[in-house]
Design a protein around this ligand. Structure first.
Ligand code: SF4
Length: 398
């Protein structure tokens, strides 16, 4: 159990100031560390894990072939990591940063973390995103010394879902020289439907409209990449996650490539063949504290109220955050259709069993996830522990 997290939980329980200084940490640990660490370690469910996993999951015979050859990392002007705050995107950032350092290059000069906000601008109230995700991403990016840029479709999920004879909203993205907004004058259309729970992105519109198209729009319209630029887009899908992802190519030509402008954009998935154990191993080596949702027992970060959520996840969310579940349930009533083909959200809540952790440790992480993120994002690797959500087969996009 990491002493920094133990201290944070203890101080948070007393409603004390967070985060704490090194001097406060040392003094507290001298007095209370061993006893508190023992108590919390006993209370925390511990997944079985050997900690050593380097196996590579091979591509299936029907996998999509690569359509681009990865260049040496130093040949790209910019490397953009799609950064959701989930363990796989964090592993991508750590891995690429390690590779750059091994080539004698400074990650801070080439690597950027790109976070796509599903709910729209930072002042939009969260509907699908975990309330803590922005705070976690900002804090971890600062800790890693990497720039973080956010982007979103105006109005986010709710505006796109509620489209009724209107065009898809514009995209806003941050750049080193400020925010830019583009688009919004496309053909009018009506949606008024939840995305379908499918691996097919043409009907699972949330991933396509709120992440993939936002990312491509930002690359295409960022003045840094307007002419003669070599860009690498990195994302963290893994074959182990689903049969659909198992067939992904490792390196592809990105849709934002524009040969006539000299813009080369490659899409690379560096951890495609990794096991989950290898991902956790990398986070442990760097002492990265995983996103709060993993401490609440969720196996995937994604959106808090992801359309792929199963009964146990809805039941857990209902016990942790009933207002959010009620909002999604009201949207089901408004559209007259349920997210799940056969069962409404209340029916799934009733059917599932909550896995939310109890006691002060669970309450600490509930507040970190839903109220305000203040916990450390990095701890000493010797004290790093797996969160309860590790290896927990909960659902997420396929
Ligand atoms: S995490 Fe789930 S709800 Fe969120 S964009 Fe992806 S598929 Fe849609």
């Amino acid at each position: 159990m990491s002493p920094e997290l133990v201290l944070c939980a203890a101080l948070d329980a007393q409603r004390a100031r967070l985060p704490v200084s090194e001097a406060e940490l040392a003094s507290f640990l001298r007095r209370h560390g061993p006893a508190l660490t023992r108590q919390l370690a006993e209370a925390l469910p511990r997944p079985r894990w050997s900690g050593v996993e380097e196996a590579e999951i091979p591509a299936p015979p029907d996998a999509r072939p690569d359509t681009a050859a990865l260049l040496p990392l130093g040949d790209y002007d910019r490397i953009l990591v799609g950064f959701s705050g989930g363990k796989d995107s964090v592993a991508c950032a750590l891995w690429i940063a390690d590779q750059l350092r091994a080539e004698g290059l400074d990650p801070a000069e080439r690597l950027e973390l790109w976070h796509h906000r599903v709910d729209g601008a930072p002042d939009e109230p969260p509907l699908l995103d975990w309330p803590c995700t922005e705070g976690y991403c900002v804090a971890l990016a600062a800790e890693l010394g990497l720039p973080l840029y956010q982007s979103w479709r105006e109005g986010g999920f709710l505006r796109e879902m509620g489209r009724d004879g209107t065009p898809t909203a514009p995209v806003t993205f941050e750049t080193p020289s400020g925010r830019r907004t583009v688009g919004g004058s496309g053909p009018a259309g009506t949606r008024r439907l939840f995305p379908q729970v499918s691996g097919d992105l043409s009907v699972r519109w949330c991933s396509a409209y709120l992440k993939i198209m936002v990312s491509a729009t930002a690359i295409t319209n960022d003045p840094r990449f307007a002419q003669d630029a070599r860009v690498l887009m990195v994302t963290g899908e893994r074959r182990q996650e689903s049969a659909g992802r198992a067939r992904y190519a490792q390196t592809e030509e990105h849709r934002a490539s524009a040969p006539s402008k000299g813009r080369v954009v490659h899409h690379h998935r560096p951890i495609l063949g990794w096991t989950e154990g290898r991902v956790w191993g990398l986070l442990r080596r760097h002492g990265v504290v995983p996103h709060p949702c993993y401490w609440l027992g969720f196996g995937r970060a994604s959106c808090e109220t992801c359309i792929f959520s199963q009964a146990s996840e809805w039941a857990t969310l209902h016990s942790l955050h009933p207002e959010r579940v009620a909002q999604l349930s009201a949207l089901e009533a408004w559209t007259g259709k349920t997210i799940h083909r056969a069962r409404s959200i209340p029916a799934q809540v009733a059917q599932g069993e909550s896995f939310a952790p109890a006691g002060p440790w669970g309450e600490f992480w509930r507040r970190q996830a839903l109220v305000r993120f203040t916990a450390p994002t990095r701890v000493r690797p010797e004290g790093w522990t797996l969160p309860p959500g590790a290896f927990h087969k909960t659902s997420g996009p396929t």
